[in-house]
Design a protein around this ligand. Structure first.
Ligand code: ADP
Ligand code: MG
Length: 239
């Protein structure tokens, strides 16, 4: 993924002020920064949930911001996991994982079911396939959300603070699934305040503040010896 000169405003409020960012295949990038710095807005632009006013985003050589682009074709390359899970409450766990496959990828129902069950197994929840999201714990719901995102075979997974809404005892389960994905070579862009995850798993850490990338580099360098005062101030609050 290649992002250049991305700008996004809501009315007078300029939230993204020229973002340049690359994520190469197989790389795990952690995006950190204070609340309100534009991290969620950036992820929403990358998944075309928001339309930026300027700049370009390309994935696999396709320019996402091209107005002629088939948005569905693009969206299926990018999986997204939200802080609040965003599962469909009226559908079963299995149906949550088959819906996009059938509706967007036009997969036959039997194949969609097979893929969904394989991904539920991967997150350790195949025995919950027939339950409703509300019957699961927060950590289990987030694992279903990961299985759902994986079920459309994305090239890139975006995670927006996937553990921030979880009880402390379920955070570890979700992080270990994410570690597994990273070890399997999934390309991931992860907004997180889990600095130990960033330090252990990320190939690169990007620090954002005020709608710009302030500093980026190998995880150990950015977290261990940040170059900018704003990064130091932020890290002193979260570490
Ligand atoms: P972060 O995820 O880093 O906490 P956000 O991207 O959520 O930051 O928000 C950045 C800024 O954009 C905040 O000031 C927020 O209030 C504002 N913002 C986000 N979404 C909207 C929206 N839909 N309409 C107006 N302002 C928004
Ligand atoms: Mg956010």
């Amino acid at each position: 993924m290649r992002v250049r000169g991305l700008h996004k405003s809501y009315g007078e409020l300029e939230v993204l002020r020229g973002i340049d960012l690359d994520v190469v295949a197989g790389e795990v990038v952690c995006l950190i920064g204070p609340s309100g710095s534009g991290k969620s807005t950036l992820l929403r632009c990358l998944n075309l949930l928001e339309t930026p006013q300027a700049g370009s985003i390309s994935v696999d050589g396709f320019t996402v911001t091209d107005p002629d682009l088939d948005v569905d074709a693009m969206r299926r390359r990018v999986g997204m996991v939200f802080q609040q899970f965003n599962l469909f409450p009226h559908l079963s766990v299995l149906e949550n994982c088959t819906m996009a496959q059938v509706k967007v990828l036009k997969r036959p129902a039997a194949e969609a079911r097979r893929v969904a069950l394989a991904n539920l197994r991967r997150v350790g929840l195949s025995e919950k396939a027939d339950q409703r999201p509300a019957q699961l714990s927060g950590g289990q719901q987030q694992r279903v959300a990961i299985a759902r995102a994986l079920s459309v075979d994305p090239d890139l997974m975006l995670f927006d603070e996937p553990t921030s809404a979880l009880d402390p005892e379920t955070v570890g389960d979700v992080l270990s699934i994410m570690r597994g994905l990273a070890a399997d070579g999934m390309t991931m862009l992860v907004v997180t305040h889990e600095m130990s995850f960033a330090r252990d798993v990320a190939d690169r850490v990007v620090f954002m503040d005020g709608g710009v990338v302030v500093e980026q580099g190998p995880a150990r360098e950015v977290i261990g010896s940040p170059q900018h005062q704003r990064t130091r101030t932020f890290l002193s609050r979260v570490l």
